[in-house]
Write a protein that binds this ligand. Structure first.
Ligand code: SAH
Ligand code: SF4
Ligand code: F3S
Length: 441
């Protein structure tokens, strides 16, 4: 039988990228190959994100554009997976009857059956039920060759008042370390050099499984897998970022000296209203302690401007925190009210104009900091993992440093997947230009 074609449109975070790779893996067993072109696909999967209103709008406008295609090829199936699926459930197929399947974040394994059922019964099928455990080995077809994501915990037990994730990904469920280690060993055997352990809050790893190791202990075990040269992880909640974890990072050669530690705001009043569970001073103390252990640690963060009730004074505290930490990079967001979250019904919502003004101020500030931080790299020799040809300039290779900076340099394609020394010639705002330094292999 001829193989069928699957197109995946992916939105959202690392969790969704990982789930997309699982969807490709699962559907490969059902005789589907991945295609770039939705127009000749037999199945189109939208893997969706609900984090901000705009993310959700993108999904519906994409579905709107698929209507014409579905009219032309009624046999093409359309599935909506991910966080919008989990949140809106049957609301999606009611609003968009072209959708054949709505499949929640805990039900990816069921996608092939749901598609079959929708085909046989000629109606839309919705499954957003919740699975209490996380112990399936993943069927997964990775879309990257040398650096992979491995999920270690799903869901989130925090209740940040702005955030929809607890409603779309459910409670925390750790994956048994036996399965994680097996997956990492398999990756190393297949030539992968780097692994990023992912979860909404990796620091809570193991708490829900009796007798399971803690996150620092898991990290040590993963870092010890032979052949795995680099280990990263996202995301760490600052309140759960422990001394033991800092010491583990400092001790290990394999654990990258790069840390994503989302602060959200520099104002204690706002942090309290967000229910983040730390003060700005406590956050800064952890950053200082980490830097005392590893001076070169590259920090990145997430920030929200215009959270309900944020005054100019609150905002100035965020500015002061950003100036003090000097992040290597950050992700900046304008607060977006999400249905059923406490912050959405707080009375003192901030105007769009204020949000934009504060967004622009922080953006400018960070650009200056980033130029300064990046300039320190010029002239240094850095070990980079070569990913492949650069998308912007085919004559160059693209690669990453342990601190997660992108370095482009002229080199032979045979270097793909290798760790090589590169001299940083010019540091830009978002990427570096390098020159291959002499090396032995
Ligand atoms: N689990 C991670 C991040 C989850 S979402 C953590 O706890 O940090 C990624 C980022 O999106 C968040 O860190 C936050 O900065 C942003 N975000 C979440 N909800 C948002 C909202 N309603 N409006 C604007 N930004 C939001
Ligand atoms: Fe959302 Fe907070 Fe959980 Fe992160 S820690 S996923 S921001 S609720
Ligand atoms: Fe978006 Fe869901 Fe991730 S809401 S950020 S895809 S957990």
């Amino acid at each position: 039988m001829a193989r069928k074609r699957l197109a995946v449109v992916n939105f959202g975070c690392q969790m969704n990228k990982y789930d997309a790779e699982r969807i490709v893996g699962l559907m490969a067993r059902e005789d589907y190959d991945l295609t770039e072109n939705a127009r000749d696909a037999d199945l189109i999967v939208l893997n969706t994100c609900a984090i901000r209103e705009k993310s959700e709008q993108k999904v519906f406008s994409h579905l709107g554009r698929l209507r014409e295609l579905k009219e032309k090829n009624p046999g093409t199936q359309i599935a909506v997976c991910g966080c919008v699926a989990q949140r809106a459930g049957s609301g999606i197929s009611e609003r968009m009857p072209i959708v054949d399947v709505v499949c929640g974040t805990d039900n990816i394994e069921k996608l092939p059956d749901l598609l079959r059922q929708a085909g046989e019964e000629q109606r839309s099928v919705v499954d957003v039920s919740v699975d209490a455990s996380f112990d399936e080995p993943s069927v997964i077809q990775r879309q990257t060759e040398y650096a992979a994501f491995v999920s270690i915990i799903k869901g989130c037990n925090h209740r940040c008042t702005y955030c929809i994730v607890p409603l779309t990904r459910g409670a925390e469920r750790s994956r048994p370390s036996r399965l994680i280690i097996e997956e990492v060993k398999q990756l190393a055997a297949n030539g992968y050099k780097e692994v990023t352990l992912i979860g909404q809050n990796v620091n809570s790893y193991g708490h829900d499984l009796p007798g399971e190791r803690s996150f620092p202990a898991l990290l040590e075990q993963v870092a010890a897998v032979s052949g795995m040269a680099r280990v990263r992880f996202v995301t760490s909640h600052p309140a759960d970022f422990s001394e033991a974890l800092m010491e583990t990072i400092a001790r290990s050669e394999t654990l990258c000296k790069q840390l994503h530690l989302p602060v959200q705001s520099g104002s204690d009043r706002i942090l309290r209203r967000m229910d983040r569970g730390y003060t700005a001073a406590e956050y800064l103390a952890k950053v200082r302690r980490m830097r005392a252990l590893v001076a070169e640690m590259a920090f990145s963060t997430d920030l929200i401007v215009g959270f309900p009730g944020e005054t100019d004074d609150d905002f100035q505290r965020t500015v002061a925190l950003v100036e003090e930490v000097e992040y290597d990079s950050f992700f900046l967001f304008k607060y977006s009210p999400r249905p059923l979250t406490p912050a959405a019904s707080m009375p003192d919502q901030v105007s769009e104009t204020k949000k934009k003004e504060r967004f622009d101020t922080l953006q400018r500030l960070q650009q200056g900091i980033q130029v300064k931080r990046n300039a320190r790299y010029e002239g240094r020799i850095e070990t980079v993992l070569v990913e492949g040809p650069s998308k912007k300039d085919a004559a160059k290779l693209t690669s990453r440093t342990a601190s997660n900076k992108v370095v482009n340099f002229v080199g032979d394609l045979s270097l793909k997947g290798k760790l090589v020394p590169v001299e940083i010639v010019r540091a830009g705002l978002y990427s570096f230009e390098g020159r291959l330094a002499a090396h032995s292999s």
